[in-house]
Design a protein. Structure first.
Length: 95
């Protein structure tokens, strides 16, 4: 996890928010005893880490991992509708 509570912060960015958004974030920051900026940054970093880690790894039970491995190793299935979709010209191809 990336720490956001350091004294060496060097980057600055600005956000625009509605009055209601600002009030809501201020209340939440107070509830967690954090500054407005720290609350926003901590939550933005946590959300970003969650999104990035979703792409990087996942955990499966052993039985699910075995089924996943079998599916990966299996030859591709022939799906006529998919072949048609990928080989016929579409309205987006018209020029």
């Amino acid at each position: 996890m990336i720490s956001t509570n350091t004294n060496t912060k060097g980057e600055r960015f600005n956000l625009r928010a509605t009055t209601r958004q600002r009030q809501l974030i201020s209340l939440a920051a107070e509830k967690e005893n954090k500054s407005f900026s720290d609350f926003i940054l901590d939550n933005a970093v946590a959300a970003a880490e969650a999104l990035v880690s979703d792409d990087a790894s996942f955990v499966l039970k052993q039985i699910d991992w075995e089924a996943f491995s079998v599916a990966l190793d299996a030859p591709p299935r022939k799906i006529p509708a998919l072949r048609k979709l990928l080989t016929e010209q579409s309205v987006l191809d018209a020029g």
